[in-house]
Design a protein around this ligand. Structure first.
Ligand code: ASP
Length: 325
């Protein structure tokens, strides 16, 4: 496909084209883009990430380049307290970052967990994928690898995060307060060539136990992609998302014919079955199918996602899904 903005005429014209393109029943009730590329991200700060990813695609980058560069926008922004520089630290005051990339064309990925001292864990994750024989590196090993790969160590505790930590410490001198706020930036991009890639980046839960890792850097939990089906990323309480292998579950249900929306509803139902409508638990997914259909869902309130199709980008609020029955 030579044109960068490929019009999905068939999606607009109806099922005939989709059937002839080998797409079976994935559109259903889901929303479907009529133009590629399509990029979807978690949270309102996903908008800046989508705009960056779009630019990367428009300048000839791959879907993997797009999601890597896309999520770096939040990693660099000290105003975002849940990702990268700006992310709140663990209960000892150390910022431990988790990130991953996954390439739906090759089913290859890379991840770092509890990385300290580097503001762009997603770049290190990509190097793990490309320059190591491994999928995941953690802690000191991830840090040494980042150094070997030529990344420069930097301060990762922003002034805002330091002030928030001091305040928390005053309230919890024993450092035993419950972990709080956590919003991962997850992004899935479908390029005009039909390649799908996903990335996640997060500082995890504020005041977490040192060494705690959530779903975000774990392939199949926080992210998954397969060019022959679609891609999905998650945000919310990693402990719950991981227990249902959330992103893999969504993609596999799409493989079986569910729309992205239906697949997400099912994954959220599994979490609701364990948790009920527990207001302390947020879990949300956004997903894209290979044909440009997308879906989003959450069990908690205030979840927003950013969607870009063609040149149009919007941030959309999602109504919380209720437990059925
Ligand atoms: N899923 C992330 C974690 O558990 C946090 C979030 O996205 O809210 O680390």
């Amino acid at each position: 496909m030579r044109r960068r903005t490929f019009l999905l005429r068939g999606a607009a014209a109806g099922v005939g084209f989709l059937a002839s393109a080998g797409v079976r029943g994935q559109e259903g009730s889901g929303r479907t883009a009529t133009e590629l590329p399509v990029i979807i991200s978690t949270w309102p700060f996903g908008k800046a990430a989508n705009l960056e990813a779009l630019q990367v695609l428009q300048s000839g980058g791959t879907a993997l380049d797009a999601v890597e560069r896309g999520v770096m926008t939040a990693e660099a922004n000290p105003a975002i307290s849940t990702v990268g520089y700006g992310g709140f630290p663990n209960r000892d005051g150390d910022v431990e970052l988790d990130a991953a990339v996954f390439d739906g064309s090759t089913l290859d990925g890379g991840a770092v967990c509890a990385l300290t001292g580097y503001r762009h864990p997603v770049q290190v994750a990509r190097k793990v994928m490309e320059n190591s024989p491994h999928l995941i590196l953690v802690g000191q090993g991830a840090r040494s690898f980042a150094e070997e790969q030529g990344f420069s160590a930097e301060e990762t505790l922003s002034d805002g995060a330091r002030a928030a930590y001091q305040k928390w410490l005053k309230k919890h001198p024993d450092r035993l307060g419950a972990p709080e706020g956590h919003d991962t930036l997850g992004q899935v991009a479908l390029s005009s060539q039909g390649s799908i890639a996903a990335a996640c980046t997060t500082s995890g839960m504020a005041w977490k136990l040192p060494g705690r890792v959530g779903d975000s850097p774990i392939v199949g939990h926080g992210l998954y992609a397969d060019d022959s089906v679609g891609g999905c990323v998650a945000t919310g309480m990693g402990e719950e998302i991981s227990k249902v292998c959330g992103s893999f579950l969504v993609v596999e249900r799409m493989r079986q014919g569910a729309t992205p929306e239906e697949a997400i509803e099912e994954a959220l139902d599994r979490i609701l079955m364990r948790q009920g409508q527990n207001p302390a638990v947020q879990a949300a997914f956004v997903a894209l199918s290979k044909s440009g259909a997308w879906g989003a869902g959450a069990i908690g309130s205030r979840f927003h996602y950013a969607i870009t199709r063609g040149n149009q980008t919007e941030v959309i609020e999602v109504k919380p899904q209720k437990r059925r029955g």
